[in-house]
Design a protein around this ligand. Structure first.
Ligand code: FES
Length: 82
């Protein structure tokens, strides 16, 4: 699996807390979007682990096409229509 699964077609708003560490799902297989649940095991994907620099509400990418992961950059608008 070289391409991530499109887990969603719109960003998911999440409350990030300053100093907390988060693991964003990059493979799209997690049932706990936008976060990693270990479903990538056996694939070439690994979660994007990051520490929140500030407490804020953030638009997390669920389509897995963002050029600025783990955040939505609007790339979901370029997804082919289903
Ligand atoms: Fe992926 Fe917006 S949800 S770029």
């Amino acid at each position: 699996m070289d391409q991530p699964k499109v887990a969603g077609t719109a960003p998911q708003m999440e409350e990030l807390e300053s100093g907390n560490t988060y693991a964003w799902c990059s493979c799209g297989l997690s049932e706990n979007q936008p976060w990693c649940n270990g479903a990538h095991k056996g694939s070439s994907f690994a979660p994007n682990v990051f520490k929140a620099e500030e407490s804020k509400k953030a638009a997390m990418c669920t389509c897995k096409q963002s050029k600025n992961p783990p955040y939505c950059d609007g790339s979901h608008k370029n997804l082919p229509a289903e």
